[in-house]
Design a binder for this molecule. Structure first.
Ligand code: IPM
Ligand code: MN
Length: 354
C-alpha cells in the first residue's frame, strides 16, 4: 500500500498528522504500508518554487492513494493562476484525471444539535454529492482578464463535453446502486447550453440503469430543497462549480465542515482523499482544528481504494464512540460536552480503535 501524504498548508498539516496515525493503526498486519511525504501548496513554493513541484506530482502518480490536507495561503489570488498555492490542488486533480469527487454528507446522531437546521429535518441524513472535478468553469477556455473597450473584462467558460458528462453519470449510477438507487442530477439547463447538454446526456446514461430512479433539478431549487428537506436526496450528481457550492452547504447540515471527508477517483485505481475544508489560516497552528474530516477521509480511502470495509467500519465506529463520549473540537462544541484540541481528538480516536 503506497500512500503519498501531501499535508500542504495551514491546518492541513495538523489534521493530516492525526489521519496518518489512524491509517497506520487500521491497516491489516499483512499489508506492507509505504508512506512518503511531499510538499504541496505554499510548502511546495518554499521547497521547490512551485506549488505543485514535479517531484510531488511524480510521487502522487506512483502511489496507490494520496492523503491530502489543504493548500492555499491568504492573498493567493494576487499571484498568476499556476503559482497560487491554492491552485496546486486543482492542478493535481487535473493532472491525475480525478474527475469523480465523492462528498458524502451524513449526520452522526451525536451532532444533531450542532446542525444549523432543526433535528427533525436532519435526523438520519445520509446523502452523497458526486461533484465532477476536472471540467466546467474551473478549466474551460477561454479564460482570463482582458482589456475591452477601455475597461477590463473577466472571462471564464462553462464547458462540458458529452464524454465528460457520460463518465461522471456512470459513476453516479454505480454509486446509487450501492445506496438507495436514486440519482438527482443538478444543472441549470433552463439557462445554460452546457447544462442542457448535461441533462440530455444524463438522461441517456440513465436508460442503462433502469433500476435507479433519475430526477433532474435546477441548482437554485436544489439549494433550497437541501435546506428544506435534505433527506429526500440519495446521490446528487452535478458539475464542478455547483458541486463546490452545494457540498459546503450540505456540510452545514451535518454540524460542521470539519466533519466531512471526500474521495476523488479517475478511470484508473489511484484515489485522492481529503477533507472538504480548506487551510483555515485563522486557526492554523493552534491545535484547535477538527481532524475528523481528515480521519474520515482515511475511512473513504479504505473503502474506495483498498476494498477494506472492515478497516473502514472500524474508523467509523471509533469516531462515533468518541463523539458519544462527548469529545468535541471547537467547531462542534456545545455546553456539556468536552472541548479538546486537534491532537487530543486524534488520540481519542486512536484509543477507541485499540
Ligand atoms: C474544494 C475547494 C477547492 C475547490 C479550492 C481550494 C480550489 O474549495 O475542494 O472544494 O474549489 O475545488
Ligand atoms: Mn469548496
Amino acid at each position: 500500500m503506497k500512500i503519498a501524504v501531501l499535508a500542504g498548508d495551514g491546518i492541513g498539516k495538523e489534521v493530516t498528522a492525526e489521519a496518518l496515525k489512524v491509517l497506520q493503526a487500521v491497516v491489516p498486519k499483512t499489508v506492507v504500508l509505504e508512506v512518503s511525504h511531499a510538499p504541496i501548496g505554499g510548502a511546495g513554493v518554499e521547497a521547490a518554487g512551485d506549488p505543485l513541484p514535479a517531484a510531488t506530482l511524480e510521487l502522487a502518480r506512483r502511489s496507490d492513494a494520496i492523503l491530502f490536507g489543504a493548500a492555499g495561503e491568504p492573498g493567493d489570488e494576487k499571484l498568476p493562476f499556476d503559482m497560487r498555492p491554492g491552485a496546486s490542488l486543482l492542478r493535481l486533480r487535473k493532472a491525475l484525471g480525478l474527475f469523480a469527487n465523492f462528498r458524502p454528507a451524513f449526520l452522526f446522531p451525536e451532532l444533531a444539535d450542532a446542525s444549523s437546521l432543526k433535528r427533525e429535518i436532519v435526523d438520519g441524513l445520509d446523502l452523497m454529492i458526486l461533484r465532477e472535478l476536472t471540467g466546467d468553469l474551473y478549466f474551460g477556455e477561454p479564460r482570463g482578464v482582458t482589456p475591452e473597450d477601455g475597461e477590463r473584462v473577466g472571462i471564464n467558460t462553462m464547458r462540458y463535453s458529452e464524454s465528460e458528462v457520460r463518465r461522471i453519470g456512470h459513476a453516479a449510477f454505480r454509486a446509487a446502486r450501492l445506496r438507495n438507487r436514486k440519482v438527482c442530477s443538478v444543472d441549470k439547463a433552463n439557462v445554460l447550453e452546457a447544462m442542457q447538454l448535461w441533462r440530455e446526456v444524463m438522461t441517456d446514461v440513465g436508460k442503462e440503469y433502469p433500476d435507479v430512479e433519475l430526477t433532474h433539478m435546477f441548482v437554485d431549487a436544489a439549494a433550497m430543497l437541501l435546506m428544506r428537506n435534505p433527506r429526500q436526496f440519495d446521490v446528487i450528481v452535478t458539475g464542478n462549480v455547483f458541486g463546490d457550492i452545494l457540498s459546503d452547504a450540505a456540510a452545514m447540515l451535518t454540524g460542521s465542515i470539519g466533519m466531512l471527508p471526500s474521495g476523488s477517483l479517475g478511470s484508473g485505481t489511484l484515489g485522492l482523499y481529503e477533507p472538504v475544508h480548506g487551510t483555515a489560516p485563522d486557526i492554523a497552528g493552534k491545535d484547535i482544528a477538527n481532524p475528523l474530516a481528515a480521519i474520515l477521509s482515511v475511512e473513504m480511502m479504505m473503502r474506495l481504494s483498498f476494498d477494506l470495509p472492515e478497516a473502514a467500519d472500524r474508523i467509523r465506529r471509533a469516531v462515533s464512540s468518541v463523539l458519544a463520549e462527548g469529545y468535541r473540537t471547537a467547531d462542534i462544541y456545545q455546553p456539556g460536552t468536552r472541548k479538546v484540541g486537534t491532537r487530543e481528538m486524534g488520540e481519542a480516536v486512536l484509543a477507541a480503535l485499540r
